[in-house]
Design a binder for this molecule. Structure first.
Ligand SMILES: [Zn+2]
Length: 246
């Protein structure tokens, strides 16, 4: 008995330093993991709201995001996150006699479905095959579940003197002002001219998307798209020097 007791004490004495080292290592690992987790939660928090990416390849359903809405002028609904910024932007745009017209904001999945199907039908009626009709419509309108309008962060703003959604819209006083100033309010021109291969859509001079002040300034300054911005700033290889605004 005595012999066994001695062995146990000896074993315990020998093991103590190792246990201590293991304990410290565990504690350090927990601290490191906790730190990473807090950092990730912080960045994912930003990403999942202002910087949410919805495009033909990134459906809203995969983000689990549900916007909290509020009603703006003309009954247009907006995500609460950007309602104040949108209101201020429209007010400032109106100074100097410009006439911005808020055409569209939040659209539900059902609204998008109805809009999309109607356009496809229109194209099919004009003689396109079902595949051709869908392909043509998708150059301008997102399929249901893949429209930024479903986040409540995207808005179609036109000039009240010219309300057509075409390239001419890009040279209206409202459009020209927005192109130069929207970033100050946290908005970007989401589908710039010549970026169709990146964004999935051709030029939409009326479609503005809220991304937050900092991201908007960077995107505008660097003259890039949201897709490119996320690749630059939210990948491990992201190292970008931002110049002062133009
Ligand atoms: Zn739009």
């Amino acid at each position: 008995m005595a012999k066994t007791g001695l062995k146990w004490t000896e074993l315990k004495n020998r093991a103590t330093p190792y246990l201590r080292v293991t304990g410290i290592a565990l504690l350090l690992a927990l601290l490191l993991f906790g730190g990473i987790r807090v950092y990730t939660l912080h960045t994912m928090g930003d990403r999942s709201h202002d910087l949410i990416l919805i495009n033909p390849w990134n459906p809203l359903s995969e983000t689990g995001y549900t916007p909290r809405l509020t009603t703006m002028e003309k009954g247009v609904q907006a995500n609460r996150v950007c309602a104040g910024a949108l209101k201020q932007m429209l007010a400032d745009c109106r100074e100097g006699g410009r006439k911005p017209l808020l055409l569209e904001g939040y659209r539900s999945l059902d609204d998008q479905l109805v809009l999309y199907d109607a356009k496809v039908q229109e194209m099919a009626d004009a003689g396109l095959s079902p595949e051709e009709a869908e392909r043509e419509v998708q150059r301008h309108i997102a399929p249901p579940g893949r429209s930024e309008h479903e986040t409540g962060l995207a808005f179609d703003i036109v000039d009240a003197d010219y309300t057509e959604l075409d390239n001419v819209q890009g040279s209206t006083p409202v459009s020209l002002w927005l192109a130069e100033n929207a970033w100050r309010y946290g908005f970007i021109l989401r589908y710039p001219d010549g970026a169709e291969s990146i964004t999935g859509y051709d030029w939409h001079p009326w479609h503005y998307r809220y991304v937050g002040r900092e991201a908007a300034e960077n995107i505008w300054t660097l003259d890039i798209t949201l897709e490119e911005y996320l690749a630059l700033f939210y990948s491990n290889a992201a190292q970008v020097t931002v110049d002062t605004p133009r």
